[in-house]
Design a protein around this ligand. Structure first.
Ligand SMILES: [Fe+2]
Ligand SMILES: [Fe+2]
Ligand SMILES: [Fe+2]
Ligand SMILES: [Fe+2]
Length: 413
């Protein structure tokens, strides 16, 4: 077993505490950013759909006189409104870039269920389930009037507003469209609040991608919570499920990597907090794959140089998402380094052995093993023996850790 306590370690301080102070805004925004990656593929650019929907909802909530706490909850739910998107929905969405009714009900139900896993979010029953309802009862679940939760009503207005804004529609056209739907899609009270909010020049400027993050900070009250890290595992598992559902070839990749990381953490005797952090890192390591087009991920032949260049960006963005959450710096480090190689030939940073900590090496080795044993468009999944042969070759070439490779070969046999 390698001497893991003194291994070439890391600029990052390992947080060993089982509890951490979590800035709920940072965590929710990071999750929304992840969901936005899905939209990036659909629209071919940085969409910020979920973050912007949260900001719009917050400003309408403010115009309705909601309390700070309600605005926090409302904007959180608005940022997470499409957390139930699955591979099935994804294909439906991708045809025209807008949501369609035939996938709407299912993603509402899945999203409602998923949010039960968010321990720091006040339970607001059915807000996500009914976020596509219409005031006149013509929505997917036939709810009408004020039987639809107020938060759902606000999200149902904020979401298409965001889509219209991102599509480049003028403010005047957006306002006219919403006003025209008064009484059918939206309640008169809601439309009045929207008009009040939208009458400020700053409302429209705040939606500009360049100002989005700072405007979110300005409009959405900040709440922190002391949380047991273990409570975050179900959430990172939801994220890994979204990542894995992107392609049939990676249907179990993140989950498989996490399960194997957990096994190796036990083998090395990591304490519970460290193991939890490692599992979160493994769950999230391929977050950015959400934004890589499926025609590249599922390509049966060799990738072109530009396609491979695009693939190589994903680990960098993994860091960008995770490091926005204070207290997750080590998780960001371990997750983002999973394609680094000890001889400096990896990506995205080209780190060499002295800069690549033990935890990063471990997740990197597990990732390779997991990928080799899965089917790919251009080859069938390898047996344990075949995968070990490849790993051993890489270790012999000085690309990955010899010690971890030897341990994995014996542990996974
Ligand atoms: Fe949406
Ligand atoms: Fe939706
Ligand atoms: Fe990766
Ligand atoms: Fe991976």
């Amino acid at each position: 077993m390698p001497n893991i306590r003194t291994s070439t370690d890391t600029k990052v301080k390992h947080a060993d505490a089982a509890f951490m102070k979590l800035n709920r805004n940072e965590f929710t925004t990071a999750f929304a950013f992840t969901l936005d990656f899905l939209e990036m593929e659909l629209r071919g650019n940085t969409s910020n759909h979920n973050k912007r929907t949260g900001l719009i909802a917050a400003q309408i909530g403010r115009a309705m006189g909601l309390s700070d706490e309600d605005i926090f909850d409302l904007s959180s739910y608005a940022m997470l409104h499409d957390n139930g998107i699955t591979h099935e929905c994804y294909n439906v969405l991708s045809k025209d870039g807008r949501e369609r009714l035939d996938c709407t009900a299912s993603h509402c139900l899945v999203g409602e269920k998923n949010l039960e896993a968010f321990p720091f979010l006040k339970r607001r029953e059915t807000v996500i389930k009914y976020h596509h309802e219409s005031y006149d009862g013509s929505g997917p679940f036939g709810m009408s009037g004020d039987d639809i939760p107020l938060f759902s009503q606000i999200i149902a207005l904020a979401e298409p507003l965001e889509v219209a804004y991102a599509a480049g529609e003028t403010h005047e056209d957006i306002i006219a469209g919403i006003v025209g739907d008064t009484g059918s899609r939206y309640s008169p009270l809601l439309v009045e609040a929207f008009r009040n909010a939208a009458s400020a020049v700053s409302f429209w400027l705040s939606l500009d991608s360049r100002f989005l993050d700072s405007e979110i900070g300005r409009h959405i009250p900040v709440y922190t919570i002391d949380i047991d890290l273990k409570q975050l595992l179900p959430i990172s598992a939801i994220m890994s499920g979204i990542i894995d559902s992107k392609s049939p070839f990676t249907a179990n990749h993140s989950k498989g990597a996490t399960d194997k990381t957990a096994v190796m953490c036990d083998y090395y005797g990591f304490d519970a907090a460290k193991k939890t952090r490692m599992m979160i890192a493994a769950d999230l390591h391929d977050i950015r794959k959400l934004a890589i087009p499926n025609h590249i991920i599922d390509k049966p032949g060799k990738l072109t140089d530009p396609e491979f260049s695009q693939i190589k960006t994903h680990a960098f963005y993994t860091r960008k998402v995770i490091e926005t959450v204070r207290g997750f710096e080590d998780i960001a480090e371990w997750a983002a380094n999973h394609h680094e190689k000890l001889d400096g030939s990896g990506y995205p940073f080209g780190l060499t052995a002295d800069a690549c900590c033990f935890e990063s090496r471990l997740i990197g080795c597990v990732d390779i093993y997991q990928a080799l044993t899965e089917d790919r468009p251009y080859r069938a999944g390898m047996s344990h023996e075949e995968a070990c042969k490849v790993l051993q070759g890489m270790a012999n070439d000085g690309k990955i850790s010899r010690e971890i490779t030897a341990d994995m070969i014996s542990v996974f046999c």
